[in-house]
Design a protein around this ligand. Structure first.
Ligand SMILES: [Zn+2]
Length: 527
């Protein structure tokens, strides 16, 4: 056995015959072996889009190349996609690739991307469909019946929404009835959000989940939510009802590079915020995060991985095999490979600690009003946020924004929170909208100047940062001095993480202890 192991690189046949595929791969690919051994804490996976299946999994030689790529990059699970962009991958190709990956010790799931399903939506992209249209519903159903015949688990990529406002959608909205198949489902209100959420929920149960389970009773379907969480309700993603309906959930943590002209605009902390927020809603159903290399640098790519891991994800889905061969992909992956052992260790620590912090209240199906992504930006100020979807009645400190207005009980709950004397941060927009309804004139209430421009928080000066943080952190028995763009994450047992998103080193003082965080670096202490 020992001799065989030593000779593995030269004698693959010996390894395969006597040790099995897993051990053989482990000896030849130490990162993959490490990733496999730590998969209980965190796993890295990738997606072969339907076009990747056609172009890169069509022959055994291509599949060998793809398997080697996964070995090299610590990827231990693959999603093999059946449909995307009006293209349906071939059954024989999907099944053969699935068998080959399974034989090499990978976990294998399927995927569907609901782009160009049928009647085109009136909205921003030709990729999106009108799901009021019955033939489109039928086509959607047939796609999931096909995929469910091939895989026991199917991820749905984040184009599963609608912003169609065609005459048929508009008539159904005004009539307040979603017609899905034979069913007629009453809609709670006459807004687009009300109609689209009811429509997509019923399309999910009647056209996706039901038909897929009839084809394959073992099938589990994962709904992946996009990174644009403040627009979910408007476009028909109902994170409460759909999370309850689906078997599992997934989270888009692809913040990319804030300054990228095409893909930028999302602050890096947003990956942490959405991961924790949807993780709280999904509980055990929440499987992991998903990020890509679009508009990234190796630094920002690894930052996405860190936010995903710190956010408590059990898996990072690296979109996608084809995409990562191009553009920034190869350099990003080199950086991720170097970071992977540390990320796996941190993931283990995150899993064994509880995240704590200043409650950041975002009810499901909230409307952003003038403060879209305000928490994603607030986290960049070094406020250790604890995102939550229920009113944080028992938390030691909290921040509230216009999103909280979606909670009809907010005025009473917030007044009670303020009366308790706990540190309370309220955005100027929310304070203005609650004027005359909630008395916010109390010494424990601070008003955060957002001026309807959440990104302006990134310009907040040092005295402003210090003043905002001090009382909130005091409630968490913490003191923190740091420039803007340095995030703080607190965990149980006084454990902490500090991450510097600036291109310069940051002088930081945490609980009286000075330290320097290198540019784009992080430090942590687990107790
Ligand atoms: Zn329509």
């Amino acid at each position: 056995m020992k001799q065989c192991l030593a000779a593995i690189a030269a004698m693959q046949l010996c390894a395969l015959s006597s040790l099995g595929a897993d051990a053989a791969a482990g000896a030849a690919h130490p990162l993959w072996a490490l990733a496999q051994s730590r998969a209980d804490a965190h796993r890295f996976s990738t997606l072969f889009t339907a076009q990747d299946v056609r172009d890169s999994l069509g022959s055994d030689a291509d599949i060998d190349r793809a398997i080697d790529w996964c070995f090299e990059n610590g990827v231990t699970r693959v999603y093999i996609e059946a449909y995307r962009g009006a293209y349906r991958a071939e059954r024989a190709t999907l099944l053969h690739a699935k068998e080959r990956f399974l034989a090499k010790g990978f976990l294998v799931s399927g995927c569907v991307t609901t782009t160009q399903v049928g009647k085109r939506s009136t909205g921003w992209s030709e990729e999106i469909s009108c799901y009021t249209d019955q033939p489109t519903q039928e086509r959607l159903q047939s796609i999931f019946e096909y995929a469910a015949g091939l895989f026991d688990e199917i991820m749905i990529d984040d184009f599963y929404f609608t912003e169609c406002a065609c005459p048929e959608c508009d008539a159904a909205r005004k009539a307040r009835v979603a017609v899905v198949g034979e069913g007629r489902y009453p809609v709670g209100g006459d807004s687009w959000s009300d109609y689209r959420r009811e429509l997509m929920l019923r399309v999910s149960t009647e056209r996706v989940l039901g038909p897929a389970r009839r084809v394959n009773p073992r099938v589990r379907i994962i709904i992946k939510y996009p990174n644009w969480h403040d627009r979910f309700a408007q476009r028909g993603y109902d994170v409460a009802a759909e999370t309850a309906a689906f078997d599992r959930t997934w989270v888009g943590t692809e913040t990319r590079d804030f300054n990228d002209p095409r893909w930028g605009g999302l602050p890096a902390y947003g990956g942490y915020f959405i991961m924790r927020w949807l993780g709280g809603i999904g509980g055990d159903k929440c499987g992991g995060g998903w990020f890509d290399s679009l508009g990234t640098t190796p630094h920002t790519y690894v930052e996405q991985a860190r936010q995903t891991v710190l956010g408590g994800a059990r898996e990072s889905m690296l979109f996608s095999y084809g995409g990562l061969q191009r553009g920034p992909g190869p350099d990003d992956l080199a950086a991720l490979r170097a970071a992977m052992p540390e990320l796996l260790t941190v993931a283990g620590q995150v899993a064994s600690h509880r995240a704590v912090g200043v409650a950041a209240y975002n009810p499901p199906n909230s409307q952003p009003l003038d403060e879209a992504l305000v928490f994603d930006f607030a986290g960049m100020l070094g406020l250790p946020l604890a995102p939550c979807h229920r009113f944080p009645a028992n938390d030691p400190a909290a921040v509230f924004s216009e999103q909280a207005l979606s909670d009809p009980d907010l005025p009473g709950e917030l007044a009670e929170f303020v009366r308790s004397g706990r540190p309370t941060l309220v955005t100027d927009g929310l304070a203005a909208r609650l004027k005359g309804r909630v008395d916010l004139d109390a010494p424990n209430v601070q008003v955060l100047a957002v001026n309807a421009k959440p990104r302006s928080l990134l310009q907040r000066d040092q005295p402003g940062l210090d003043a905002t943080r001090r009382p909130l952190l005091a409630a968490l028995h913490t003191t923190f001095r740091a420039p803007n763009g340095v995030a703080l994450y607190l965990f149980s047992s006084n454990s902490w993480v500090v991450e510097n998103f600036n291109d310069q080193p940051a002088a930081v003082e945490l609980n009286g202890e000075p330290m320097t965080i290198e540019a784009r670096g992080w430090k942590y202490q687990w107790r």
